[in-house]
Design a binder for this molecule. Structure first.
Ligand code: GRF
Length: 202
Protein backbone atom coordinates (compact mmCIF):
# COMPACT_ATOMS: atom_id res chain seq x y z
CA UNK A 1 0.00 0.00 0.00
CA UNK A 2 1.70 3.13 -1.26
CA UNK A 3 1.12 6.65 0.00
CA UNK A 4 2.23 10.11 -1.15
CA UNK A 5 2.40 12.98 1.35
CA UNK A 6 1.76 16.59 0.30
CA UNK A 7 3.32 19.21 2.60
CA UNK A 8 4.36 22.87 2.40
CA UNK A 9 6.11 23.55 5.70
CA UNK A 10 7.69 22.05 8.77
CA UNK A 11 6.82 18.46 8.00
CA UNK A 12 6.44 17.02 11.48
CA UNK A 13 3.47 14.97 10.28
CA UNK A 14 5.42 13.83 7.21
CA UNK A 15 8.22 12.72 9.51
CA UNK A 16 5.81 10.93 11.87
CA UNK A 17 4.30 9.02 8.93
CA UNK A 18 7.71 8.05 7.55
CA UNK A 19 8.90 6.88 10.98
CA UNK A 20 5.71 4.92 11.55
CA UNK A 21 6.24 3.18 8.20
CA UNK A 22 9.84 2.36 9.06
CA UNK A 23 8.76 0.97 12.44
CA UNK A 24 5.98 -1.16 10.98
CA UNK A 25 3.18 0.98 12.48
CA UNK A 26 1.57 2.06 9.21
CA UNK A 27 -0.40 -1.07 8.45
CA UNK A 28 2.14 -2.09 5.82
CA UNK A 29 1.93 1.24 4.02
CA UNK A 30 5.06 2.88 2.65
CA UNK A 31 5.76 6.58 2.05
CA UNK A 32 6.75 6.69 -1.62
CA UNK A 33 6.74 10.41 -2.36
CA UNK A 34 6.76 13.92 -0.90
CA UNK A 35 4.94 16.53 -2.98
CA UNK A 36 5.94 20.08 -2.00
CA UNK A 37 5.14 23.50 -3.44
CA UNK A 38 7.89 25.25 -1.43
CA UNK A 39 11.32 23.95 -2.43
CA UNK A 40 12.95 25.74 0.55
CA UNK A 41 10.59 24.32 3.19
CA UNK A 42 12.07 22.30 6.07
CA UNK A 43 10.01 19.26 5.03
CA UNK A 44 12.23 18.94 1.93
CA UNK A 45 15.33 18.39 4.07
CA UNK A 46 13.45 15.78 6.08
CA UNK A 47 12.63 13.85 2.89
CA UNK A 48 16.29 14.00 1.86
CA UNK A 49 17.47 12.67 5.23
CA UNK A 50 14.85 9.91 5.10
CA UNK A 51 15.70 9.01 1.50
CA UNK A 52 12.13 9.59 0.31
CA UNK A 53 11.72 10.78 -3.32
CA UNK A 54 10.28 14.26 -3.79
CA UNK A 55 8.30 16.13 -6.40
CA UNK A 56 9.01 19.84 -5.93
CA UNK A 57 7.40 22.62 -7.92
CA UNK A 58 6.93 26.40 -7.86
CA UNK A 59 3.27 27.29 -8.49
CA UNK A 60 4.11 30.72 -9.97
CA UNK A 61 5.94 29.05 -12.82
CA UNK A 62 2.66 27.60 -14.15
CA UNK A 63 -0.24 29.22 -15.94
CA UNK A 64 -2.84 27.54 -13.71
CA UNK A 65 -3.29 25.19 -10.76
CA UNK A 66 -4.65 22.58 -13.17
CA UNK A 67 -1.32 22.53 -15.02
CA UNK A 68 0.88 21.73 -12.05
CA UNK A 69 -1.70 19.34 -10.64
CA UNK A 70 -1.70 17.41 -13.94
CA UNK A 71 2.06 16.93 -13.49
CA UNK A 72 1.49 15.77 -9.91
CA UNK A 73 -1.17 13.27 -11.02
CA UNK A 74 1.22 11.89 -13.64
CA UNK A 75 3.82 11.36 -10.90
CA UNK A 76 1.27 9.73 -8.56
CA UNK A 77 0.19 7.38 -11.34
CA UNK A 78 3.77 6.53 -12.27
CA UNK A 79 4.40 5.53 -8.63
CA UNK A 80 1.08 3.70 -8.36
CA UNK A 81 0.02 5.70 -5.30
CA UNK A 82 -2.99 4.29 -3.40
CA UNK A 83 -3.60 7.14 -0.93
CA UNK A 84 -2.81 10.85 -1.03
CA UNK A 85 -2.15 12.28 2.44
CA UNK A 86 -2.18 16.06 2.90
CA UNK A 87 -0.07 17.16 5.87
CA UNK A 88 0.18 20.94 6.07
CA UNK A 89 -0.25 21.39 2.31
CA UNK A 90 -1.27 25.03 2.17
CA UNK A 91 -3.13 25.04 -1.16
CA UNK A 92 -6.64 24.21 -2.24
CA UNK A 93 -6.78 21.38 -4.75
CA UNK A 94 -8.72 21.49 -8.02
CA UNK A 95 -10.85 18.72 -9.46
CA UNK A 96 -7.77 17.47 -11.35
CA UNK A 97 -6.61 15.80 -8.12
CA UNK A 98 -9.84 15.80 -6.07
CA UNK A 99 -11.85 13.86 -8.68
CA UNK A 100 -9.04 11.50 -9.63
CA UNK A 101 -8.37 10.56 -5.99
CA UNK A 102 -11.92 10.78 -4.63
CA UNK A 103 -12.12 8.51 -1.58
CA UNK A 104 -8.33 8.16 -1.55
CA UNK A 105 -7.41 11.71 -0.50
CA UNK A 106 -7.23 12.78 3.16
CA UNK A 107 -6.19 15.80 5.24
CA UNK A 108 -5.43 16.56 8.87
CA UNK A 109 -6.73 19.77 10.39
CA UNK A 110 -5.88 21.25 13.82
CA UNK A 111 -9.42 21.82 15.11
CA UNK A 112 -12.62 19.89 15.70
CA UNK A 113 -14.28 20.48 12.33
CA UNK A 114 -16.64 21.96 11.31
CA UNK A 115 -15.35 24.53 13.83
CA UNK A 116 -12.49 26.73 12.66
CA UNK A 117 -11.77 25.66 9.08
CA UNK A 118 -9.07 27.38 7.05
CA UNK A 119 -5.73 28.76 8.11
CA UNK A 120 -4.58 29.41 11.69
CA UNK A 121 -7.24 27.14 13.19
CA UNK A 122 -5.39 26.97 16.51
CA UNK A 123 -5.27 30.75 16.84
CA UNK A 124 -8.90 31.04 15.74
CA UNK A 125 -10.01 28.53 18.41
CA UNK A 126 -8.07 30.18 21.24
CA UNK A 127 -9.21 33.68 20.22
CA UNK A 128 -12.79 32.42 20.28
CA UNK A 129 -12.22 31.15 23.80
CA UNK A 130 -13.21 27.51 23.35
CA UNK A 131 -12.46 25.14 26.23
CA UNK A 132 -12.13 22.15 23.95
CA UNK A 133 -10.56 21.86 20.54
CA UNK A 134 -8.59 19.11 18.85
CA UNK A 135 -7.65 17.40 15.63
CA UNK A 136 -9.68 16.13 12.68
CA UNK A 137 -8.71 13.74 9.88
CA UNK A 138 -11.11 13.99 6.96
CA UNK A 139 -11.57 13.17 3.31
CA UNK A 140 -10.85 16.05 0.97
CA UNK A 141 -13.52 17.37 -1.35
CA UNK A 142 -13.55 20.57 -3.40
CA UNK A 143 -14.17 22.79 -0.35
CA UNK A 144 -11.99 24.17 2.43
CA UNK A 145 -11.83 21.47 5.15
CA UNK A 146 -15.37 20.31 4.33
CA UNK A 147 -15.03 16.62 3.43
CA UNK A 148 -16.42 13.62 5.39
CA UNK A 149 -14.83 13.18 8.83
CA UNK A 150 -12.78 10.02 9.44
CA UNK A 151 -11.45 10.54 12.98
CA UNK A 152 -11.30 13.23 15.65
CA UNK A 153 -9.45 13.68 18.93
CA UNK A 154 -10.45 16.29 21.50
CA UNK A 155 -7.93 18.28 23.54
CA UNK A 156 -8.87 20.47 26.49
CA UNK A 157 -7.65 24.03 26.56
CA UNK A 158 -5.75 24.52 29.85
CA UNK A 159 -6.26 27.48 32.18
CA UNK A 160 -3.23 29.49 31.11
CA UNK A 161 -2.88 28.07 27.63
CA UNK A 162 -0.85 30.00 25.08
CA UNK A 163 -1.03 29.53 21.36
CA UNK A 164 2.42 27.97 21.56
CA UNK A 165 1.60 25.46 24.29
CA UNK A 166 -1.67 24.49 22.65
CA UNK A 167 0.01 24.07 19.26
CA UNK A 168 2.46 21.71 20.89
CA UNK A 169 -0.36 19.61 22.35
CA UNK A 170 -2.15 19.57 19.00
CA UNK A 171 0.93 18.48 17.10
CA UNK A 172 1.62 15.64 19.53
CA UNK A 173 -1.92 14.33 18.99
CA UNK A 174 -1.65 14.75 15.21
CA UNK A 175 1.57 12.77 15.03
CA UNK A 176 -0.11 9.91 16.85
CA UNK A 177 -3.49 10.01 15.11
CA UNK A 178 -2.43 10.42 11.47
CA UNK A 179 -0.31 7.24 11.30
CA UNK A 180 -3.15 5.33 12.99
CA UNK A 181 -5.63 6.50 10.37
CA UNK A 182 -3.30 5.75 7.46
CA UNK A 183 -2.79 2.25 8.89
CA UNK A 184 -6.59 1.76 8.85
CA UNK A 185 -6.63 2.69 5.15
CA UNK A 186 -3.77 0.33 4.36
CA UNK A 187 -5.71 -2.45 6.07
CA UNK A 188 -8.86 -1.65 4.07
CA UNK A 189 -10.76 -0.70 7.20
CA UNK A 190 -12.14 2.71 6.17
CA UNK A 191 -15.56 2.66 4.52
CA UNK A 192 -17.14 5.81 3.05
CA UNK A 193 -20.87 6.01 2.24
CA UNK A 194 -22.12 9.49 1.43
CA UNK A 195 -20.78 11.62 4.28
CA UNK A 196 -20.66 8.71 6.70
CA UNK A 197 -17.34 7.05 7.44
CA UNK A 198 -17.17 3.70 9.20
CA UNK A 199 -13.97 2.30 10.66
CA UNK A 200 -14.16 -1.49 10.41
CA UNK A 201 -12.84 -3.64 13.23
CA UNK A 202 -9.54 -5.41 12.58
C1 GRF B 1 -0.57 20.71 11.11
O1 GRF B 1 -1.00 21.38 12.28
C2 GRF B 1 -1.77 20.29 10.30
O2 GRF B 1 -2.89 19.98 11.06
C3 GRF B 1 -2.04 21.50 9.47
O3 GRF B 1 -0.77 22.02 9.16
C4 GRF B 1 0.14 21.65 10.17
C5 GRF B 1 1.32 21.00 9.51
O4 GRF B 1 2.38 20.80 10.41
N1 GRF B 1 -2.87 21.16 8.33
P1 GRF B 1 3.65 19.97 9.93
O5 GRF B 1 4.19 20.62 8.67
O6 GRF B 1 3.23 18.55 9.69
O7 GRF B 1 4.65 20.09 11.05
Amino acid sequence: YRIAVFASGTGSNFQALAEAAAEGRLGGATVELLVCDKPAAPVVGRAERLGIPKHLFVPKQYGSREEYEAEIVAKLEELDIDLVVLAGYMRLLTSVIVDKYAGRLINIHPSLLPAFPGTNAIGQALDYGVKLSGVTVHFVDGGMDTGPIIAQRAIEVAEHETEESFAQAVHAVEQELYPQVVALFAQGRVKLEGRKVTLLKG
